[in-house]
Design a protein around this ligand. Structure first.
Ligand SMILES: [Fe+2]
Ligand SMILES: [Fe+2]
Length: 164
């Protein structure tokens, strides 16, 4: 496969694994606040990011390319509040969206249709991820310092995480 595309895909495998680690760190932070539903939700997100990394990992291998793992960056360990943790997650998702868009533009300019089609799944997925994260941020802002509202959200997010 095209050397520049292979390099960019390998860099993106790292970004998805970074996201996995960020969500695991956030899950640990939320668990520390006894927000176990939110922590479970973040663990489910981490598993999704792992699956995203493996999608590209397998794609590179199926194309006869070389997987070149970079190692992951240390994630941020703490936040000021659950709201800040989810705001940080939303910013991270927006960054990933921008990276996917750049990859798509590269694949288009190189006429690499297989990579372009593979990336279309990610473009759709990112719309979903940003929307979900934005909704949680909005609701946490509404909840403010109301602990009853916070506990209700914790329960609801925990239920979603437990769904198959
Ligand atoms: Fe992802
Ligand atoms: Fe994501």
């Amino acid at each position: 496969m095209d050397a520049e595309i292979q390099k960019a895909l390998n860099e993106h495998i790292k970004e998805e694994l970074n996201a996995e680690h960020h969500y695991l760190a956030t899950a640990a932070y939320l668990d520390g606040l006894s927000l176990e539903g939110m922590s479970q939700w973040m663990r489910a997100q981490a598993r999704e990011e792992h699956d995203h990394a493996m999608r590209i990992f397998d794609f590179v291998l199926h194309r006869g390319g070389r997987v070149d793992l970079k190692g992951v960056d240390a994630p941020r360990a703490g936040f000021d509040s659950p709201l800040e943790a989810f705001q940080h997650a939303l910013a991270g998702e927006r960054k990933v969206t921008a990276q996917i868009n750049e990859l798509y533009e590269l694949a288009t300019s190189r006429k690499d249709h297989a990579t372009r089609v593979m990336l279309e799944w990610f473009i759709t997925e990112q719309v979903e991820e940003e929307d979900t994260m934005q909704t949680i941020v909005d609701q946490l802002e509404m909840a403010g310092s109301d602990s009853a509202a916070m506990l209700m959200m914790d329960q609801r997010l925990g239920e979603r995480a437990a769904a198959p």
